[in-house]
Unconditional design. Structure first.
Lengths: 254, 271
């Protein structure tokens, strides 16, 4: 009950605002129009397929796929870079400032370059998502490795571990909780970047669809996209949290 | 169990003259760089620990007792002199020198059993074999029912028992214990002292045991060393006259034990 309360309050307020015609409908769409566009998005209506020529799940999947590819690459390279930064001091001195630099840039700042280098199709979008997602992964892994207590390393060394065994049995598992933190941040950044990534040639794509609504003032579709993006982001985050509880059951306990 | 805990009964009794030296510090000194300059953690020290001796090291904070232990463990390299174990110069950690820390340092991503079996796993012992060995050791320390638990589900005292079992799984020649019971409550502490003593009685492993507690030092040690601070140095080195078999909870209340304990305390106050 407490969980659905915010939803009920929002829907009531929304319905009231529309009913009282506080603003023109082009600014605030009728909830029923949003519902209709949701229904339209999954069927062929007036000879049109879904919205902008694709069904909603196709838009969503196109974006999810880009995010998953970009974030997966970010996990692979971010983890490797984070481990390298943590273990090779000269590398850290030279490279860490640049990782921080990229992290502090708004992704749109370098999107033009990516389009010039990689074209307007998927490649530049995935690069954009990758660049937005890899700094939090790399920096989380770095701080995870550096936060390992020396005694935890000493203990396994005195049990007979060589360098590789220290990494495999202690450094990697000990860094897992931080890696998950980094991944959740990375997915968050990827979601906030997806609309930017899909501003150009972004159909199909839920961000591209949201961006396209400005042209014909389709506020109902815009609101639908906001809801779908928000719910999908929350669902994905819950999935990662569940994965984290399964893989890192000791988090916060040891 | 007897297989995992090799009994050195053929050797001469613990600490008796003529027993072979297992751990030797030759003119060892250790300094490290701190913000305020070079700090002498351990002044020039000579020490011979004989095979089968249970040496307890007691001293105030900053007397270099942990430095001394870390030098034997191979975690530190001495700035002067050499540490020898069985005649070989120590250059780094080795499974022959098992270390028990104040914090259990068990790995929460492994079960209790896998923690105990870690040493054998690292040297390539097969799964079934190391599992059997781990279960025997868990039984030795009274944790046979907790093999599948995770370390953070154990109490502090149980974690220390698990850590001791993990070190014993490597059947090390030397046990190095750095205030292993320092964070435990008094009752658990006495209980674990007895348990450790019984394990040592069966295996007669050479041990170096660091503690803040004079009582613990006198109760467990076949040889008690007191260290003074700045720079760390040995100021007292004697063997309590209690037979290992006589070390029972009742011993603690005997006049002889109390007198010995007070003697060591007086030395410690003078440092």
């Amino acid at each position: 009950m407490v969980r659905v309360l915010p939803l009920i309050v929002l829907l009531s307020a929304w319905w009231l605002v529309v009913r009282l015609k506080v603003w023109p409908e082009v600014f605030v769409p009728d909830p029923r129009d949003v519902w209709t566009s949701l229904l339209d998005s999954e069927r062929t209506h007036d000879g049109q397929i879904g919205l902008s020529g694709y069904y909603l799940h196709e838009h969503l999947w196109a974006s999810l796929r880009r995010i998953l590819v970009g974030v997966s690459l970010a996990i692979v390279f971010g983890t490797a870079l984070g481990l390298a930064l943590a273990t090779i001091r000269p590398l850290r001195l030279v490279v860490e400032p640049y990782v921080n630099f990229i992290r502090s840039l708004p992704p749109l700042a370098y999107f033009s370059l990516l389009i010039i280098w990689f074209g307007i199709e998927d490649q530049s979008k995935i690069w954009l998502l990758f660049l937005a997602a890899f700094p939090p992964v790399a920096l989380s892994v770095l701080s995870g490795v550096r936060g390992i207590r020396q005694e935890r390393i000493d203990a396994i060394r005195s049990l007979g571990a060589n360098r590789l065994q220290v990494v495999r049995h202690v450094v990697l598992p000990a860094t897992l909780p931080e890696l998950f933190t980094g991944v959740r941040l990375a997915i968050g950044f990827a979601w906030t970047t997806i609309v930017a990534a899909e501003t150009i040639d972004g159909i199909p794509g839920i961000g591209g669809l949201a961006w396209s609504t400005k042209k014909f003032q389709q506020t109902d579709v815009a609101v639908l996209c906001i809801i779908v993006i928000g719910l999908s982001a929350i669902a994905l985050d819950q999935l990662v949290k569940w994965l984290e509880r399964t893989v890192v059951p000791w988090r916060g306990k040891a | 169990m007897e297989g995992a805990l090799r009994v050195e009964s053929a050797r001469s009794p613990a600490g008796s003259p003529g027993a072979p030296s297992r751990v030797t510090l030759q003119a060892v000194a250790h300094r490290y760089l701190a913000r305020q300059g070079e700090v002498a953690a351990l002044g020039r020290t000579d020490l011979q620990v004989n095979t089968g001796e249970f040496v307890t090291l007691v001293g105030p904070s900053g007397c270099g007792k942990s430095t001394l232990l870390n030098l034997i463990a191979g975690f530190l390299v001495p700035t002067e002199g050499e540490v020898l174990v069985d005649g070989e110069v120590v250059t780094g950690p080795s499974p022959d020198r098992g270390v028990v820390f104040q914090q259990a340092n068990l790995y929460p991503w492994m079960s209790v059993r896998d923690n105990v079996a870690l040493g054998p796993r690292l040297r390539g012992v097969g799964k079934a074999e190391r599992r059997t060995a781990a279960d025997e050791l868990l039984a030795l320390v009274g944790l046979e029912e907790f093999g599948n638990a995770r370390p953070y589900e154990l109490s502090g005292g149980m974690q220390q028992r698990c850590q001791i079992a993990r070190v014993l799984a490597n059947d090390p020649d030397v046990l190095l214990l750095d205030e292993p019971f320092g964070a435990l409550d008094a009752i658990t502490r006495e209980h674990l002292q007895m348990q450790l003593h019984r394990i040592w009685l069966r295996s007669r492993k050479t041990a170096v045991f660091i503690t803040h507690s004079v009582e613990e030092a006198v109760f467990l040690g076949t040889r008690v060393i007191v260290m003074g601070a700045r720079p760390g140095r040995i100021v007292f080195d004697e063997r309590p006259p209690f037979r290992p078999e006589a070390r029972t909870p009742e011993l603690r209340a005997t006049p002889a034990f109390v007198a010995w304990r007070e003697r060591v305390s007086a030395v410690l106050r003078g440092t």
